[in-house]
Design a protein around this ligand. Structure first.
Ligand SMILES: Nc1ncnc2c1ncn2[C@@H]1O[C@H](COP(=O)(O)OP(=O)(O)OP(=O)(O)O)[C@@H](O)[C@H]1O
Ligand SMILES: [Mg+2]
Length: 311
């Protein structure tokens, strides 16, 4: 089942195309990361998925429900934490929760139960009487996520939930996301933190209103680099021998009687051993060989600035 099926979304503001033909298919139960530089169109895409912004063209279904036809059913099963704090600053923590509980249609007992649970879960108990406008940045984020979870949504959409959040709380938020995923909740998350993006099952990388790349973090890296990278320390200078192998030499550094080489292969785990054997068959002594872990940050920059393999 698809939690989100957005097809060919376009959003034009005046003469500016903020979203330019985005298709996103998010399987139920995954953590899906929407990444991309500032202004790429992530928040605009999210607001269209939630029915908060009408697309110029394109269609959106959430769990098979057409957002345009039946927005209220979609909102009942979706939790949303917007990029910018949007709760009532002149209401207290508890009053905000109570207000949203009634908007979500929770009954009296459910409301009391959920508020107690969430105040506890998000360490807000002692601040429940404080005005939302007087909370610190991290507290506001905690309240905002708690409110998004009040009605136990099947789909949680969080737009930069960890922006301005300190490292322990960032970690806590991600523990919560993983816990929710275990319970079958689908999560669509945007972030500029690449370590967080590594935790996503799938990523769509947006650039200038379009999806520039989509896949698992590993697939995105392969796409950006054109494969995996293996580093080897070998005896002597087997530059010519390496040319005979299936690997592409990216980097070669001679260092006394040894050389350090970086090789590009389609799949590091598949190629590491055969490549080592092949070199040894040419009488090249391989001292060490290991896959290099590629950075998603570098992949992100390559794919969004056009500095990728195709250029
Ligand atoms: N209501 C609007 N009217 C006009 N332009 C808009 C409107 N909303 C967004 N835009 C423009 O659309 C583009 C995409 O904005 P959006 O907020 O979706 O980007 P984003 O990927 O979420 O960026 P960030 O990482 O900075 O949050 C930007 O150029 C923005 O200025
Ligand atoms: Mg945004």
């Amino acid at each position: 089942m698809l939690a989100i099926e957005a097809v060919n979304l376009v959003k034009v503001f005046g003469s500016f195309k903020a979203v330019d033909g985005v298709t996103l298919k998010v399987e139920e139960g995954v953590i899906f990361g929407l990444l991309g530089p500032n202004g790429a169109g992530k928040s605009t895409t999210i607001r269209m998925i939630l029915g908060l912004l009408k697309p110029t063209s394109g269609s959106i279904k959430v769990f098979g429900i057409d957002v345009e036809d039946d927005r209220s059913s979609v909102l009942k099963i979706t939790g949303y934490m917007p990029q910018h704090f949007s709760l009532y600053e002149d209401l207290t923590v508890e009053e905000n929760m109570r207000l949203y509980a009634s908007l979500y249609g929770l009954n009296g007992r459910e409301t009391e139960e959920r508020i107690l649970e969430l105040l506890d879960e998000f360490m807000l108990k002692e601040f429940k009487g404080r005005l939302a406008g007087k909370l610190s940045g991290g507290m506001k984020q905690r309240l905002s996520l708690a409110v998004a979870l009040l009605h136990r949504p099947r789909l949680l959409i969080v737009d930069e939930p960890t922006a301005g959040v300190d490292p322990p709380l960032r970690r806590y938020f991600w523990e919560k996301f993983r816990e929710l995923k275990k319970r079958g909740v689908t999560i669509l998350v945007t972030t500029h933190y690449m370590d967080e993006a590594e935790n996503c099952d799938r990523i769509a990388l947006m650039s200038k209103g379009k999806v520039a790349a989509e896949g698992s973090p590993l697939e995105i890296k392969r796409l950006a680099y054109g494969g995996d990278i293996i580093e080897m320390v070998v005896a002597g200078n087997p530059r010519e021998v390496l040319k005979e192998t299936a690997a592409k030499v990216l980097d070669f550094e001679e260092n006394g009687s040894y050389s350090r080489v970086r090789l590009l292969v389609p799949d590091a785990s598949e190629y590491l051993i055969p490549l080592t054997r092949e070199l040894e068959a040419y009488n090249v002594k391989v001292v060490r060989a290991y896959p290099v872990s590629l950075s998603l940050e570098e992949a992100f920059i390559r794919l969004t600035t056009g500095d990728g393999v195709s250029s």
